[in-house]
Design a protein around this ligand. Structure first.
Ligand code: DAH
Length: 364
């Protein structure tokens, strides 16, 4: 037997006798580590004559390969043995009843926000966010609502006593529209985002709470027109209400940040005295519900955000998430959303395992 064959037999026998992963590692280092015997042999190759190398080279390489393979096989076998031992001792009784006590639920607003993010993700929209404490330039001025504009008064704004470092008045954002400004001033077009979040207005009754939720949408690209807006909203509302017979009515309206502006209604049908979304609102037993504000982004807004309005156009829309939740899931008092009444949450909440409506994707 050659010296190399003898070394190989010895190493393989040692490996065979190893009974712990530590011992295997020790053998590996001893043979293949920096100071290992095989590593040392490999180093001798350089000093050999070509003839000698032709004979001993393949034998040394074969030795290294054999030992590497044998170590890998040994490790796998050991891991398998450890796993088998664990499986033999650990048992899970799948027939035991589960203790459901104390299980929480997903608030309808969170559920609806997830649904919205999922629906718009299928149309290529990313989710953008902005702070709830905002400055009046982003909340108003950049959105073409100058200081003297009556829309400022209509927003019932909560102001902070102090201004920011740049001398701008600080406030709790009254809508999610400032995220439009934040996105346009920080991102290169094309832009396709939705921005869900909390907004604040000093207002409170059955349909108004001082804090509520909105979702904003913004698309900025080249050659965008009202047709794109209509298709997007129609696709979104069909997916959200899970009905194909959604009929939209676009009414001319006014928002400072869009031109032209449209208000969007969906048709409903009265069934047993209940408004069920779907069908034309002009039908005998139908009517219209306003669900969204939208329009083509005013070029003054695009300009204020540092973009060239002759190059970039787009549309925007905004609506109340709470209102969408009320319409979809048949809740009628907005205040109950934020009371934290456990009975209400148990009744209207969703289990964490509910999958957002559109996991299958927006149908083509
Ligand atoms: N920001 C508006 C509001 O709070 C909603 C809105 C209307 C947003 C039209 C838009 C839009 O982006 O285009 O009443």
């Amino acid at each position: 037997m050659t010296e190399i064959a003898a070394l190989k037999a010895g190493l393989l026998a040692d490996l065979d006798g190893a009974d712990t992963p530590e011992r295997v590692e020790e053998l590996r280092v001893g043979a293949l580590g920096k100071q290992g015997v095989i590593t040392a042999l490999l180093k001798t190759l350089g000093a050999m004559t070509p003839e000698e190398r032709q004979v001993r080279g393949p034998a040394i390489h074969d030795l290294r390969q054999s030992l590497t393979d044998a170590i890998a096989a040994k490790k796998t076998a050991m891991e398998q043995a450890i796993m088998d031992a664990r499986l033999a001792t650990e048992k899970l009784d799948m027939t035991l009843p589960v203790d459901m006590a104390g299980q929480g639920s997903v608030h309808p607003v969170s559920q609806v926000m997830d649904e919205l993010a999922e629906i718009f993700a299928d149309m290529g929209f990313a989710v953008a966010t902005g702070p709830e404490v905002e400055d009046d330039w982003r909340n108003f001025t950049a959105l073409n609502i100058p200081e003297t504009h009556p829309a400022r008064a209509m927003h019932d704004t909560f102001y902070f006593p102090d201004q920011d470092a740049e001398g701008r008045a600080m406030l709790l954002r009254t809508h999610t529209s400032p995220v439009q400004v934040r996105t346009m001033t920080s991102q290169e077009p094309p832009i396709r985002i939705i921005a869900p979040g909390r907004v604040y207005r000093s207002d409170s009754d059955a349909t108004h709470t001082p804090m509520f939720h909105q979702i904003e949408g913004l698309v900025i690209d080249k050659g965008i027109h009202l047709g794109h807006l209509k298709w997007t909203l129609e696709t979104f509302l069909k997916a959200f209400f899970e009905r194909d017979d959604i009929v939209l009515r676009l009414r001319p309206s006014y928002f400072p940040f869009t031109e032209p502006s449209v208000e969007v209604d969906v048709g409903y049908t009265l069934i047993n005295g209940q408004r069920v979304i779907g069908g034309s609102g002009d039908d005998d037993n139908g009517g219209w519900l306003e669900v969204l504000g939208s329009g083509m982004v005013n070029r003054r807004v695009i300009e204020a955000c540092g973009l060239d309005p002759d190059e970039w156009q787009g549309f925007a829309f905004g609506t109340g998430v709470d209102r969408l939740a009320m319409l979809k899931y048949g809740m009628n008092d907005l205040r109950a959303f934020f009371d934290g009444d456990l009975r209400w949450l148990r009744h209207y909440g969703f289990t964490a395992l509910d999958i957002p409506t559109l996991s299958g994707g927006v149908g083509a």
